[in-house]
Structures are given as structure tokens and as C-alpha cells.
Design a protein around this ligand. Structure first.
Ligand code: HEC
Length: 168
């Protein structure tokens, strides 16, 4: 009978332990490839959180503008948030994240059946967000007011076409 040195046995044992997860990962990788590219409920949660953030930033801007001496620095901060969200929104509506049984979303199917119009609504938001940021940087309250109005128009334009109205 052949007697292996203890070190050889240990090496073999170590290899087996190290290799086991690698072998096990084979089928797991296959399963990952078969799962859908997105998890709709997660996408919806992320986009609603982003839209909520943009909504709060917009409300803060409007509230600040109501005062007699608006805090420009606060408006600049809100404008930056809105700008970031106006960029991020491009990734918030991937195919497969529309209304479906068991999902709570106010996104209309038209988002995916009218991609040209939806893109135009996103473009309008992006322009208006840039406009608010530029006006906020300039610090002229009248210009900020006009830019905030234009931004509100961009929100409404998209909501009118692509968002289910709230039911009260
Ligand atoms: C390009 C289209 C588009 C634009 C532009 C847009 N929205 Fe929306 N918004 C939507 C859609 C669609 C929903 C519903 C999303 C869902 O429920 O999955 C929504 C939902 C929301 C919500 C509710 C989020 C929640 O809690 O579920 C708020 C708040 C909101 N938008 C604010 C705004 C504000 C403020 C602006 C402008 C600064 C804006 N949106 C611009 C499409 C848009």
C-alpha cells in the first residue's frame, strides 16, 4: 500500500475545499442568466423614491419663492437635486417595469407604447431643470420664478400624458 505524506493529503483536502464552491457556482451562474434582467418591484420602488425626492425638492423651491426674501442657497441645493433626478429619470422606466398585477405603480402603459413622446417629456424636464439651475446660480429671483414655472410645466406635461391621476 502506498502511504502519502501528510502534506500531500492536506493539499488534496485543501484543493477539494477550495474547489467545491467553484464547482457549485456553475449551475448558479446558469440560473442567474435565466432570471429576468430587472426586478419590476425594485425598479418601481427606486423610481418612486427618486420622483418623491424630486417632488420634495420642487416643493421646497416653490415654498422658498413664496417668502419675501428667498434663500437662494436653499434653492440652489434643490435645483441640484432636481437636475440629478432629471438625468437619473432616463433609467427609471426600463421595459418590463410597467403596470402589472401585484405591482403598485402610477406609470401608464403609454410610457412604453409611445417612447418618442415619453422621451420628449424627459427632454423637456432636462431643459427645465438646467434652466432652474442656471437661474438659481444667477441669483435673480424673478428669473428663478420663471424657471420654476417652466419646470412645473415640464412635470405637468409628463404627468398629464404618462401618470395615472391620483384617486382620492
Ligand atoms: C417624463 C415623465 C415625468 C416627468 C417629467 C415628471 N414625472 Fe413625476 N412621475 C412620472 C410617472 C410616470 C410617475 C408614476 C411613477 C410610478 O408610480 O411608478 C410619477 C410620479 C411622481 C411622484 C409620486 C412619486 C411616488 O411617491 O410614488 C411625484 C411626487 C412626482 N412624480 C413629482 C414630479 C415632479 C415634481 C416633477 C417635475 C420636477 C416630475 N414629477 C416630472 C413621470 C414624470
Amino acid at each position: 500500500m502506498i502511504r502519502l505524506p501528510t502534506s500531500a493529503v492536506l493539499t488534496a483536502l485543501t484543493l477539494a475545499i477550495v474547489a467545491a464552491p467553484l464547482v457549485a457556482s456553475g449551475p448558479t451562474r446558469g440560473a442567474t442568466a435565466r432570471t429576468p434582467a430587472i426586478v419590476p418591484a425594485e425598479v418601481i420602488r427606486t423610481r418612486q423614491a427618486g420622483l418623491k425626492e424630486m417632488g420634495t425638492a420642487f416643493k421646497n423651491t416653490m415654498d422658498a419663492l413664496r417668502g419675501s426674501d428667498p434663500q437662494i442657497i436653499m434653492i440652489q441645493q434643490s435645483a441640484r437635486t432636481i437636475k440629478n433626478d432629471s438625468v437619473a429619470i432616463r433609467g427609471w422606466f426600463p421595459a418590463g417595469s410597467g403596470p402589472a398585477p401585484g405591482l403598485k405603480t402610477a406609470a401608464k402603459p403609454e410610457i412604453w407604447t409611445k417612447p418618442v413622446e415619453f422621451r420628449a417629456a424627459q427632454d423637456q424636464l432636462a431643459r427645465a431643470a438646467d434652466g432652474l439651475q442656471a437661474a438659481a446660480a444667477g441669483g435673480n429671483v424673478d428669473a428663478i420664478r420663471a424657471a420654476a414655472r417652466a419646470l412645473g410645466g415640464a412635470c405637468k406635461n409628463c404627468h398629464d400624458q404618462f401618470k395615472v391621476p391620483e384617486q382620492h
